[in-house]
Write a protein of this length. Sequence first.
Length: 198
Amino acid sequence: MHEGDGYEQLRPAISICLLDRLMFPQRSEQARWYHSFRLRCDQNADLILTDLEFHIFELPKFAPSSENIGELSADEKWLHLFAHAAETDPLTLANLLRDPAYREAIGVLQMISKSPEDLQYYDDRLKFLCDERGKLLAAREEGREEGREQGALAGKVQLLQELLGDMPTTANELQSLSVDTLATQFAELQQRLRDRQA
């Protein structure tokens, strides 16, 4: 959130932790590899403080529901990927999991497992792509705003031309003009109208 934003702008904060060690040692008959936590009231378990969630996956406890990887749920496929990525050939994993999302994740894992220089290159590239996306979104919004301003000025110019008895410029012609040119034209027409009324 930024200063002045309404609370409706808040989004849930979700932490997903993939652990390669046990955090909650339990007897095997009680062993669970997935735990989720929220901030709850001690006196009333139905009362949740915020939309803050922690999801913890203990990979050493993970036991897939099937030997056939293709039959696993999406969650189990992801856990299989993270549990076995270090010991399995990436191409073999990609062929077993098949879905493009897993193939992309395997590519990222391969990239970040390389040298520090390669990892830095990957991080820089990712940051560059995020920055460019942000610039593009900002430029689109600026273009929309300029388009609204241009449309409003074009309408005012046409109205003043009609009031002055001039032949109104077509909407297409006015749209081809910059906001600055339209503002100048509008100011000149306003001055002509004032001079006429004086």
